[in-house]
Design a protein around this ligand. Sequence first.
Ligand code: ADP
Ligand code: MG
Length: 265
Amino acid sequence: MTSAQFPHHTAEPQHGLPPAASGLELTKVHGTGARRVIALDRVSVAFQRGQFTAIMGPSGSGKSTLMQCLAGLDAPTSGSARIGAMELSRLSDRQLTRLRRERIGFIFQSFHLLPTLTVAENITLPLGIAGRRPDPQWLDQVVTTLGLTDRLTHRPGELSGGQQQRVACARALAGRPEIVFADEPTGNLDTRSGAEVLSLLGQMVHHMGQTIVMVTHDPVAAAYADRVVFLADGHIVDDLWKPETSQLLKRMQRSAVPRGQQPHG
Ligand code: ADP
Ligand code: MG
């Protein structure tokens, strides 16, 4: 795959800055012998700042593995991953933990909120752990955008699933990270609250300049993104700019057909 084929797939600097995150020839092999699985096969990809990108593909295509290698949660078997200009393999475990804490936000399918803390305390907890003080103006903007202003003193147990995931989004964004990685953030939500969360993530990118990379197998969710990188069998097989849901549904159906049985043309 070349960047000429996929114009948004370039690792070229933008406004003199390196991409927010990038992977070069990332390969990840899980297990050995008969259990050996190549989850990622020499994947190169770059994510520009201020864009909302979805990594899409069928279950088992390597989406989560790619995200974990890019975000320094897992080490690739070969190849390199960067956050900004920093190559992750050069960092010690301690430095890597610090980089994740200070420069990356994470959102997962399950919200991972602490039930005994208030919404406000949950949102600022990672900053507190990092010994950082929140920027009150930024935090206020995040809380307002995510519609949490009148929920700050509530406990997670008093909130709906959609509200809890909005709290997890606020927590990921509170430290104004360079990039937010979200793995199936709407996987536990009903359609309506899922749509709400996705549209709010879009607003964080388009109105507040955040950079978000979201893993999803759901074409409806992926259609909220500016760009959709399509994975199949550990390879990038498509890179689409502002695709329609219908286009993604078709792409997904095509990918569901086992290799070797694809119709020609
Ligand atoms: P996706 O997120 O697209 O569903 P994953 O990245 O989770 O895919 O997995 C890609 C492939 O790697 C799958 O075949 C999966 O079974 C395998 N895999 C993922 N994690 C592990 C692991 N820790 N040990 C063994 N195999 C794994
Ligand atoms: Mg996954």
